[in-house]
Design a protein around this ligand. Structure first.
Ligand code: NOJ
Length: 545
């Protein structure tokens, strides 16, 4: 395994929902040509890797994670030509593209399932074992149900085949049977197919659930890891620049296994860290972060964590204790409509009371801590959410480009939009939009652009070590990022009150300090004590090197 192609360690990732980004052909649905039309915006923001939520053919009952053809584009989003144009134009601007692989399941509309569930189908024999069928719904009892607000069992009865089929997610998303070598091969071919189309990275959806075994949770099984190692070996041989990112929503010890010995996934999201950033902010106390980092193992040198604040799903509270979940729900989701499954279906700005100080503080940590940051479209302008919409649609509303009809997302009549644009007094497109944000040098967007630029000037944020300091003042989080070139101390204040930090506690005696966010402003210290305003933060370069 070579370690010298580490572009993903330096990448700022931008996750976007094609359906909600920009409607270039005025049919009310965002499309690939729409993303191409907005590439200059993304380049200007400074992102490196554009993560497209699923674009494959799908009945869209789970935002496209219910795939009916893994090697075709959803016609609502355009054509294969539109996709290759998007890839080319992205590359031309020096950015990269990440698509989704959804290996665990398909839609029940997928031709494989259509053949598998119908004994009279001409291809029944070929596909009958592509999914997990059983004459009882009592197998694999120890596997949890994930979408608890929608599903009562992981088995659903199919009256045509007269058997139950297994599904870890919605009932209309049957799980593929990885004990069938044909399924394993089909998924490898899908990976090859998207690599051939020129993508740079692949986010692998729901990796823990590939295999099922009795008397186990059927998560993280050795068989699943063995398959991912084969997948990685194939990618390594076929196209070694490709990055594989796992969406393993697990405790750190289990997630660690998805890196293997540097021979499985290049990147993994650090799911348990995310709610703890919100907890620390709510309690003005960094202890939850200390605790989860203490539980976070070292990862192989070529590997990288992916960190995020929000994404297209509910803010998941699966990787917290029962007490912590109650706290998070009471604090961040007081209205029951804000809760979904084991999580919170709200966007970043409303979660943080639209308080610019808190929003910037959280972004400052996102951009400087532990791994590659993932931004979620719309959060860079402080978009709101809509709890009236079903499932997770409320956090997937159209991007707000300007104050024209539909926020500039589409010029169809508003009633024709599948998901309505946010139109309330605080977060409505009339005030919260890209155009207004770009024109205002003090906006979140303008600030974020500068922060991304500064992050990129310091390779230490992408590939340096990350060491937490144990300062007595728990309202403060402080960590060193360090590589051969430089050492940067990040200090942030989770409390609304100003706080004092003794630099000696961080092991800093008389080293020179330079504020990398304000190069021309000397760092003001009194007796080596730094004062941080409420929700304030600093990035301090230590030493003169
Ligand atoms: C995880 C995805 O992020 C989520 O949106 C989807 O519903 C499930 N996997 C099932 O594919």
């Amino acid at each position: 395994m070579t370690c010298n192609k580490l572009w993903y360690k330096q990448a700022v990732i931008y996750e976007l929902n094609v359906r909600g980004f920009y409607d270039a052909n005025s049919d009310g649905v965002g499309d690939l040509a729409g993303v191409t039309a907005k590439l200059d915006y993304l380049q200007n923001l400074g992102v490196d890797l554009i993560w497209l939520l699923p674009i494959m053919k799908s009945p869209l009952r789970d935002g496209g994670y219910d795939v009916s053809d893994m090697q075709d584009i959803n016609p609502n989003y355009g054509t294969m030509d539109d996709f290759t144009t998007l890839v080319d134009e992205t590359h031309r601007r020096g950015m990269k593209i990440m698509v989704e692989l959804i290996p665990n399941h398909t839609s029940d509309q997928h031709p494989w399932f259509q053949a598998s569930h119908d004994p009279n189908h001409p291809e029944f024999q070929k596909y009958k074992d592509y999914y997990l069928w059983s004459d009882t719904d009592q197998k694999f009892k120890d596997a949890r149900i994930i979408f608890i607000d929608y599903e009562k069992s992981n088995w659903t009865y199919d009256p045509i085949r007269g058997e139950y089929y297994w599904h870890r997610f919605f009932y209309h998303q049957p799980d593929l049977n990885y004990d069938n070598p044909e399924v394993q091969k089909a998924m490898m071919r899908t990976v090859q197919y998207w690599i051939d189309l020129g993508v740079d990275a692949i986010r692998v959806d729901a990796p823990p659930y590939l295999f099922e075994r009795e008397d186990s949770s059927s998560e993280n099984l050795p068989e699943s890891h063995a398959y991912y190692k084969r997948l990685r070996a194939f990618v390594e041989a076929y196209s070694p620049e490709i990055m594989l990112l796992a969406e393993a929503n697990q405790w750190p010890e289990e997630t660690r296994d998805y890196f293997g010995d540097g021979d499985e996934f290049h990147m993994n999201f650090h799911f348990p860290l995310m709610p703890r950033l919100f907890m620390a902010l709510a309690k003005s106390d960094r202890t939850p972060i200390d605790n989860i980092l203490a539980r976070t193992p070292e990862i192989p040198e070529c590997c990288q964590w992916g960190i995020f604040l929000r994404n297209h799903d509910e803010l998941t509270l699966e990787m917290v204790t029962e007490d912590e979940r109650q706290f998070m729900w009471e604090f961040y989701a007081p209205d029951p409509r804000m809760r979904l499954n084991l999580g919170i279906r709200r966007r970043l700005a409303p979660l943080l009371d639209n308080d610019q100080r808190k929003i910037r503080l959280m972004h400052t940590i996102l951009l400087s801590f532990l791994g590659s940051p993932v931004l979620y479209y719309g959060d860079e302008i402080g978009m709101g959410d809509n709890v009236e919409l079903r499932d997770r649609d409320g956090v997937r509303t159209p991007m707000q480009w300007d104050d024209s009809i539909n926020g500039g997302f589409s010029d169809v009549e508003p009633q024709k939009l599948r998901i309505p644009v946010i139109d309330d007094d605080i977060y409505g497109y009339q005030t919260v939009n890209v155009k207004a944000s770009m024109e205002d040098p003090t906006s979140l967007l303008s600030w974020l652009k500068i922060m991304i630029m500064i992050r990129k000037q310091h390779s230490v944020f992408g590939e340096g070590t990350s060491t937490l300091c144990s300062s007595k003042n728990k309202s403060i989080i402080a960590y060193f990022r360090e590589n051969e070139q430089e050492k940067i101390l990040v200090i942030a204040n989770f409390s609304s009150e100003s706080q004092q930090v003794a630099l000696e506690e961080m092991g800093i005696k008389d080293e020179e300090l330079q504020d990398v966010l304000n190069l021309y402003q000397p760092v003001v210290l009194e007796d080596r004590i730094l004062t941080l305003e409420g929700y304030g933060f600093r990035w301090l370069k230590v030493g003169s090197a």
